[in-house]
Design a protein around this ligand. Structure first.
Ligand SMILES: [Zn+2]
Length: 335
């Protein structure tokens, strides 16, 4: 039916990247009204063993709980999950280190449920420049990975890329490119926030900027749904309401899981990012609570946005990107 509400979409949130973590924490996403969430399975500092165990374990959790979750590898899967009251889940990778220098590895990860990826995570790597580093732009290998991502139906994501690399990725990609979890620099100072030029370039690819609920990137500690609405409004006014969505970046408890081979290795990725450190911010204040999702809708309504526009912001825009960049049919099935 045409009048059916579009899906409510979170373009990026995080569980600890390991086996045996509390996958059921994602029920909170469902409880606050999300129909879809992209869960990350790798950052550039994540040991490959942890990534592989997390992918296998997350897939098992989805399979064993098929009454409430569904691995979404196509837009039709997302729509089926919504219709049957389940949370649709796909995976994303934050940095190309897990490709081991092989662009065709994008196809392997795509077969396992990855639908969105970065080239670099904050620091430069063999593929591209990071947003906390001296960005030298895309390498030949990075260009080959963008082409592979376009081919395999994995959406390119520039959230942790450097300024120059992000513009080069958006120039090269034949499919819409997203910033799955990035906020406008004009509203809050952070190396992770993006310039008007980047926002407009993203829109010109047909892409979407997902406003993230990380308090530091919103410039408000603690932050609320009103703060997220303020950032949404900025992108909507600059680039158009069809180019903004939600990528909450909500991080469920780490459960003692190390995010890298060592604490020093992890910190290296944030060493030049004083705005990104959690230090001095309590766990409760680090993110806008997920329960503020409806506060965002109310705030947007108060700013004069119509219900159709709010539906697009809440999920319709990212669904459009998926329709234009994901494979039309599944390559392999979850079970
Ligand atoms: Zn991230």
């Amino acid at each position: 039916m045409e009048d059916e509400k579009p899906v409510v979409w979170d373009a990026h949130s995080c569980l600890p990247i390991e086996a045996d973590v509390t996958f059921g924490n994602l029920d909170r996403h469902r409880a606050v009204g999300f129909d879809f969430v992209s869960v990350n399975v790798a950052m550039d500092m994540t040991p490959l063993e942890s990534t592989l165990k997390a992918i296998a374990y997350f897939r098992e959790c989805i399979r064993y709980n098929s009454g409430k979750y569904m691995l979404a590898t196509t837009v039709a899967d997302v729509e089926t999950a919504k219709r049957t009251g389940r949370l649709a889940i796909s995976f994303d990778i934050e940095g190309a280190e897990c490709l081991l220098g092989r662009p065709e590895m994008v196809g392997l990860y795509a077969d396992l449920g990855v639908r969105q990826m970065h080239l670099a995570y904050n620091l430069n790597n063999a593929y591209a420049g990071g947003c906390h580093d001296n960005d030298g732009g895309l390498t030949e290998l990075g260009r080959a990975v963008v082409e592979a991502a376009n081919h395999y139906g994995v959406t390119m994501d520039c959230s942790h890329s450097g300024h120059r690399s992000s513009l080069e990725i958006m120039e090269l990609s034949s499919k819409p490119v997203v910033f799955s979890h990035s906020n406008p620099l004009a509203l809050a100072e952070s190396k992770r926030n993006i310039t008007d030029e980047q926002i407009l370039a993203c829109a010109s690819t047909g892409g979407v900027v997902g406003i993230c609920g990380y308090s530091r990137f919103l410039g408000a500690i603690p932050s609320t749904g009103e703060d997220m609405a303020r950032h949404i409004d900025y992108v909507a006014k600059l680039a158009g309401v069809e180019h903004v969505g939600i990528g909450w970046d909500y991080t469920y408890p780490h459960e003692g899981i190390e995010l890298a081979a060592s604490a020093g290795e992890y910190r290296k990725y944030f060493i030049d990012a004083t705005m990104n450190e959690d230090e001095g911010v309590s766990d409760n204040d680090a993110y806008t609570p997920l329960e503020h999702r409806t506060v965002i809708c109310d705030a947007l309504e108060g700013m004069g946005y119509g219900s159709a526009e709010i539906d697009h912001i809440m999920g319709g825009n990212f669904l459009r990107v998926a329709r234009e960049s994901w494979p039309p049919q599944a390559t392999t099935r979850a079970s």
